[in-house]
Design a binder for this molecule. Structure first.
Ligand code: FAD
Ligand code: SF4
Length: 513
């Protein structure tokens, strides 16, 4: 009966999957709604480039569907601000267009999933939620894998994905006889290195900017003259093809390296296009494999495997954690951290050069790569004992790719150990020595990387030992931290007292450092 019922289908900003089965044929009784929503533009203070990118990508997607003959209602903030909420908007569109049925793609984000479920009931008409058809694992497969609620490690999950898909497998064994090439993938950039020129787009944001100003949408960060991020399928595909041709060969080797000479390095910068579902992980992995199969000399296995692990392993794994653990996951705070986030996370005004560089780059491009997020800003927040809610809010705000299902497990779980080890087997903490090893930040810094308690000692150093000391009863028995704790024991008592005093001073007033 509902085959020809006049139907409204809602498409959210991160559901821009042109290959979805919804669009397989043109159906005259269906109207697609794509709407810039005040609630989505302001549930946190987003980076301005993130809002620009979403709004432009949504408008382009609406145009693509129209060009293919679908009926599309694309509404901008100008038309949606008058509605109290999404439900009121949907009701109005359904009444205006005489639609009797409501359909949506189930959101990845818990907040929206709950909202749309409740809204469907409140509308009082037939309704249905369908899959987004984007991920490598269907929702049912995720549920089956993660249903026991037990913690499982990424490596175990990743191997099961390799076996299931047959990707980089040969005769039931991993190609190259190893699952993981991390050892090869931890190089610092050579001194003589010059950055590859990143492929940047020139998307006009003027109309979006005017709307943001007109409706007083608060944002953070710098708007570039033109938006450099991909907002069409053609741009997203060009970015991937450029990445594969020029950057992938060195991706693995330098994926953990950090420098103040460049912000993009050998990273794909594809997370925005992936997370709003313009491109699929299947296609992305396919492009990488194609290059490897054609030229295994240029495309070393260490790089290819390293990249595929991020997309097929980490990305699908954190989704499984999020879908199976929410909403409780959002309340976790295993280390009872309660400090406020220092103001320099927003202003970049700190003498700690590594932090200033990462915040500045993030303000300029809404981007920092994984190790900058994990081992600079994340590491520092954990060492200071910042409340996970505040850390989550920052990560959700400032990055182009930040959507809660992927942001939260990475932030609360991997970076802040707030889940008590559900995701990571130990907290990702380090002294400044790790940052020195992987970057050139320390060279021009006010602080001395070799000192740990003096007036000019690198703050990461004292904070690191104080963190271990403070959490000894919780973490001291963790086998993976045995070496760290045995090093802590070796510090003479008098020196340890100085280190703890120095760390107290930093934690008391981090904004003065
Ligand atoms: P590349 O380094 O080129 O990697 C390729 C792709 O692999 C990425 O586009 C991404 O889709 C995937 N990937 C890599 N690592 C991860 C990971 N740990 N989890 C999920 N996918 C991964 N990623 C987001 O997409 N959104 C977030 O909000 C987000 N928040 C993060 C917060 C913290 C504290 C940390 C430590 C990491 C976070 N990440 C997040 C993961 C990772 O940092 C980004 O996916 C990556 O930096 C995006 O840049 P890229 O496309 O150049 O990635
Ligand atoms: Fe960062 Fe410490 Fe190095 Fe300065 S010395 S850049 S604060 S790690």
């Amino acid at each position: 009966m509902h085959a020809s019922t006049p139907t409204l289908r809602l498409i959210l900003g991160d559901q821009l999957n042109a290959n979805h089965s919804w669009f397989a044929s043109v159906e005259a009784h269906v109207l697609y709604l794509i709407a810039e929503l005040p609630q989505e533009a302001s549930y946190v203070t987003h980076h301005v480039q993130k809002v620009q990118a979403f709004f432009l990508a949504m408008a382009h997607f609406g145009q693509v569907l129209s060009d293919r003959g679908h009926r599309v209602c694309h509404l901008t903030l100008d038309q949606t601000v008058q509605f109290d909420d999404l439900e009121a908007l949907v009701k109005q569109v359904m009444t205006e267009h005489r639609l009797d049925r409501f359909e949506y793609q189930r959101p990845d984000e818990y907040r929206l999933r709950v909202q749309l479920r409740a809204m469907s009931e409140a509308l009082g008409c037939p309704s249905d939620g369908v899959e987004t058809e984007h991920f490598l694992l269907s929702e049912a497969e995720v549920e089956a894998l993660f249903a026991d609620g037990k913690s499982r490690r990424m490596e175990q999950f990743y191997r099961s994905m390799r076996k299931k898909t047959g990707i980089l497998m040969s005769g039931g064994q991993p190609v190259g006889d190893r699952w993981n090439f991390d050892q090869e993938n931890r190089k610092k950039l050579p001194k003589s290195w010059s950055p590859p020129v990143p492929l940047l787009f020139e998307n006009d944001t003027q109309k979006v900017d005017e709307r943001l100003a007109r409706h007083r949408i608060q944002t953070w960060g710098v708007a570039q003259a033109q938006l450099v991020w991909p907002v069409t399928l053609a741009q997203a595909e060009a970015l991937v093809q450029d990445f594969v041709a020029r950057l992938l060969p060195l991706f693995g080797r330098y994926q953990d390296a950090m420098t103040d000479r460049d912000w993009a390095l050998y990273h794909a910068r594809i997370s925005f296009a992936l997370n709003c579902k313009m491109v699929t992980p299947q296609w992305l992995i396919g492009e990488v494999l194609k290059a490897y199969e054609q030229d295994p000399v240029t495309y070393e296995l260490a790089s290819v495997e390293g990249f595929i692990r991020q997309v097929m392993g980490w990305r699908e794994y954190v989704r499984g954690i999020y879908l199976s653990q929410m909403p409780e996951y959002g309340q976790t705070n295993a280390l009872a951290n309660d400090r406020p986030l220092p103001a320099f996370y927003w202003t970049g005004e700190t003498k700690m050069r590594c932090v200033a560089q990462v915040v500045e780059q993030t303000r300029a491009y809404a981007y920092a790569h994984h190790i900058q997020r994990l081992m600079v800003t994340g590491n520092l927040a954990l060492l200071l004992g910042v409340a996970p809610d505040a850390v989550d809010e920052w990560y959700l705000s400032v990055f182009i790719d930040a959507i809660e299902w992927v942001e939260m497990p990475n932030t609360r779980g991997m970076s802040q150990y707030a889940d008590g080890g559900f995701l990571a087997s130990k907290p990702y903490v380090s002294s400044g020595k790790y940052i020195q090893r992987m970057s050139d930040y320390c060279q021009g810094c006010t602080y001395n990387i070799d000192e740990r308690s003096s007036e000019d000692a690198c703050p990461f150093n004292s904070l690191y030992w104080a963190f271990l000391h403070r959490h000894q009863s919780t973490l001291g028995n963790n086998q993976r931290m045995a070496m760290m704790y045995s090093n802590l024991k070796r510090i003479p008592t008098v020196e340890l007292t100085d280190i703890l005093n120095r760390a107290d001073a930093v934690r008391r007033d981090p904004d003065t450092f």
